[in-house]
Design a protein around this ligand. Structure first.
Ligand code: SF4
Ligand code: ZN
Length: 327
């Protein structure tokens, strides 16, 4: 197996590019694909301050390093979600999933000299994700996604960042698109883009890894010596997107390039047909009475969730977004 670029010994095959690569040229491919996504979708302008959502997993740590390699100013934000090691992810006295994830992020940031911000949801907001899930009786990813989006937005606005970058890769985006298309969730299809522009008090959101697959970000980490959290979140079992990923993996094995064609074909030829309003930057929003975040209601969804879970206040919870697609 020879590298397509230098004919040296290859360490990885990339069937969708019908090519093999040595370590050096695979790492260059990852940088090139990330730069291409950033440029094609105007994700980051020169001089922009980027806040990277880091979880300790392969995608977010790869993204953080790639942004630095491409010359961007990128700080990381880690949110401690309080996801534990016990049955069903309940917090207990052992070292839990969130503790281990946080350690990976801190070690990585220290070894690179990158600036890391941290928020601990238990300490600062009085609840954790397992408790929120139990209280709302919804799949944990609903409360978790809502909490992360809210806290990343707020930290970016408060810290004067121009853009929030997340590590969603091609597998993630294709799976979310597949799920939304199966159910014809037209509101979500309208907002499924690698860039959501700033507006209405929200920062710009970008997904620079949309041209890389999960396998490729994992290989990037291994070949770069990035030590990431390998365990899956213990609360992920209820996440429908895992099933959609399996289906798309089967299609990809039979026909390499299927995920790329599906996702980028949607962006090129179908996405604009769904864009007809919603809570985009064109719609005027008010401000949450609790925290000041932009919202179409008196109190934002995060403050309603916090009130419900901590028992402070009596506000009904309505979670309307799913991970990866909402604001
Ligand atoms: Fe949160 Fe779900 Fe991701 Fe676990 S899998 S970290 S609960 S969004
Ligand atoms: Zn609020």
């Amino acid at each position: 197996m020879k590298c397509r670029v230098c004919r040296g010994s290859a360490v990885i095959d990339v069937p969708r590019h019908n090519a093999n690569f040595c370590a050096e040229h695979f790492l260059r491919l990852c940088r090139d694909q990330t730069r291409k996504a950033i440029e094609a979708f105007d994700m980051i302008a020169p001089g922009d301050r980027v806040l990277v959502a880091v979880s300790g997993g392969k995608d977010s740590l790869a993204l953080w390093q790639l942004l630095h390699e491409l010359g961007h100013t990128a700080d990381g934000l880690y949110i401690g979600l309080g996801i534990g090691a016990g049955p069903k992810g309940r917090p207990n006295d052992e070292v839990g999933y969130s503790d281990v994830s946080g350690e990976h992020v801190r070690r990585f940031a220290a070894s690179k000299g990158f600036r890391l911000l941290e928020i601990d949801v238990r300490e600062e907001h009085g609840f954790d994700i397992p408790t929120a899930a139990a209280t709302t009786r919804r799949v944990p990813c609903s409360s978790c996604g809502l909490t992360k989006r809210h806290l990343f937005d707020r930290a970016a606005i408060d810290g004067g960042y121009d853009v929030v970058a997340t590590g969603h890769n091609l597998d993630d985006e294709a799976a979310v698109l597949f799920g939304n298309a199966l159910q014809w969730n037209t509101d979500y299809l309208a907002r499924q883009a690698p860039v959501l522009p700033a507006g209405n008090g929200f920062p710009r959101k970008v997904k620079p890894l949309v041209r890389l697959t999960e396998r490729e970000t994992a290989a990037y980490c291994v070949l770069s010596g990035i030590d990431y959290q390998i365990e899956e979140c213990p609360l992920a079992a209820g996440n429908r997107h895992l099933g959609y990923k399996d289906l798309l993996d089967q299609a990809e094995r039979r026909s390499p390039g299927t995920k790329h064609t599906f996702y980028f074909g949607f962006l090129d030829r179908a996405a604009e047909r769904f864009q007809s309003g919603g809570e985009g930057p064109g719609v005027e929003l008010g401000r949450c009475g609790g925290c000041g975040a932009p919202t179409s209601e008196e109190t934002c969804a995060f403050c309603r969730l916090q009130a419900r879970v901590t028992g402070v206040g009596d506000v009904p919870v309505r979670i309307t977004s799913t991970p990866g697609v909402g604001r």
